[in-house]
Design a protein around this ligand. Structure first.
Ligand code: SF4
Length: 412
């Protein structure tokens, strides 16, 4: 069954990989969660900032050492062995240090953290998307009322990838947050959307106009309609990407599961009779056939070139072998420019021919028909032929056709 409410994160999961969406929000199998140190860094920093700004709103500055100590204690809650490092070059300590550094830098830049009146920190809001039965939930890192009376929706980012305001992910997340805030606080009209990138020490900010919000609402409606259709047809295809490395369902995924099964079977020294092993065998055979076909195709191209060369040298058009013959046809050809080859020239040609009385019907049929039925049959005046000249491409047409005998000579 589909979830009762959606968030920018669940909609993003569907957009990135429908199969992951089905695992995460519909099937919900019990799996061993992959804990990425990047995600844990984000959680620990977010928690520290939440306390910092809550106290700052009351005019209390949380001492820097206490903030760092709080952050450090968060890391004590996770077993370092359970963390999946993104590369052999990074250690868990590197992530702890990165989080501490961004937190300290943010602390010095934004002290005393009195960013207007805090209306909510890690604020959970829900609203019904207009003209749909769907509820959208939003969890906002910080919502504050600034001194000029406007609102600011702030989201902290601790990742390495920085979005821009025109990016779909930015608009989906921050636009949905704005719709949630407008629903909860209809008295406010001026709303700033800010993402603070802690690692880059950058802010990405914008305001979304009512038209832009309408457009976003329509995009969300379309995504929701696609999810409903996917559920009705049980059509949630896996979409592999670099994100698979962080997916909790990799070992269950139809696109990735076989590899894991084979690794296990190899370790178990299996006798090769399981369906997974038979599938691996067939896949191996299929790859072998595919490669052979490629080789044959290359060989066929090379033989064709040799036969065309010999046909020119010997001035012959048929070569006989024990098992049949090969026809080699080399002819001159005249073709009208095509739309694919030159769009503008093709449009000009259209205009020219359509201006000739009685010709348009032939031309609309297609360029080849026009050449066959009009140009080559001499139905054009000399002036028309001259006008057509610049649209005619002349070249050589080479056709090589193998004709195996029904009854091979060597079998007779
Ligand atoms: S492993 Fe990749 S393809 Fe499979 S469900 Fe997860 S994200 Fe999708």
């Amino acid at each position: 069954m589909l979830p009762k409410s959606f968030s920018h994160s669940s909609l993003g999961t569907y957009r990135n990989c429908p199969r992951q969406f089905k695992f995460q929000y519909i099937e919900k199998p019990v799996v061993r969660r992959k804990v990425s140190p990047q995600a844990f860094l984000g959680t620990a920093v977010h928690k520290a900032l939440r306390h910092l700004y809550k106290m700052g709103a009351d005019g209390v500055v949380w001492p820097e050492n206490d903030v760092v100590e709080f952050y450090q204690k968060e890391w004590d809650k996770v077993d370092p062995e359970s963390l999946v490092l993104p590369s052999e070059h990074y250690t868990v300590d590197d992530f702890i240090r990165i989080g501490r550094e961004v937190l300290v830098r943010h602390y010095h830049k934004y002290k005393p953290f009195k960013h207007g009146v805090i209306l909510g920190s890690e604020l959970s809001l829900k609203f019904t998307l207009p003209e749909t039965p769907f509820v959208i939930s939003a969890k906002i890192d910080r919502l504050s009322k600034k001194d000029d009376g406007s609102l600011e929706i702030c989201d902290y980012k601790t990742g390495q990838h920085m979005l821009q305001t025109h990016d779909l992910d930015f608009r989906f997340q921050m636009g949905l947050y704005q719709l949630a805030v407008q629903d909860a606080y209809p008295q406010f009209h001026d709303i700033d959307l800010v993402q603070i990138y802690l690692r880059q020490d950058e802010e990405v900010a914008c305001r979304m106009s009512p038209d832009e919000l309408d457009e976003l609402t329509e995009q969300v409606r379309l995504t929701l309609a696609a999810i409903v259709a996917a559920e009705r047809n049980d059509n949630f295809p896996p979409t592999e990407s670099a994100l698979c490395a962080y997916c909790n369902y990799e070992e269950l995924c139809p696109a990735r599961r076989h590899r894991f099964a084979m690794e296990v079977l190899e370790k178990e020294d299996s006798d090769g009779s399981t369906p997974e092993e038979r599938a691996a065998e067939k896949a191996e055979a299929m790859i072998g056939v595919h490669l052979k076909i490629k080789e044959f195709e290359a060989e066929k191209r090379s033989l064709k070139e040799d036969l065309v060369e010999l046909a020119r040298e010997l001035n012959m058009s048929k070569f006989f072998a024990k098992s049949g013959r090969v026809d080699v046809r080399i002819s001159r050809e005249e073709k009208l420019v095509t739309r694919t080859a030159d769009q503008k020239a093709h449009a000009d040609l259209n205009a020219l021919v359509n201006g000739w009385e009685g010709m348009d019907l032939f031309f609309e049929l297609n360029g080849n028909e026009f050449m066959k039925k009009v140009y080559l049959t001499g139905r054009l005046t000399d002036e028309q032929r001259d006008q057509l000249e610049e649209y005619i491409k002349r070249g050589e047409r080479v056709v090589v056709i193998p004709r195996p005998s029904r009854k091979r000579f060597d079998n007779e």
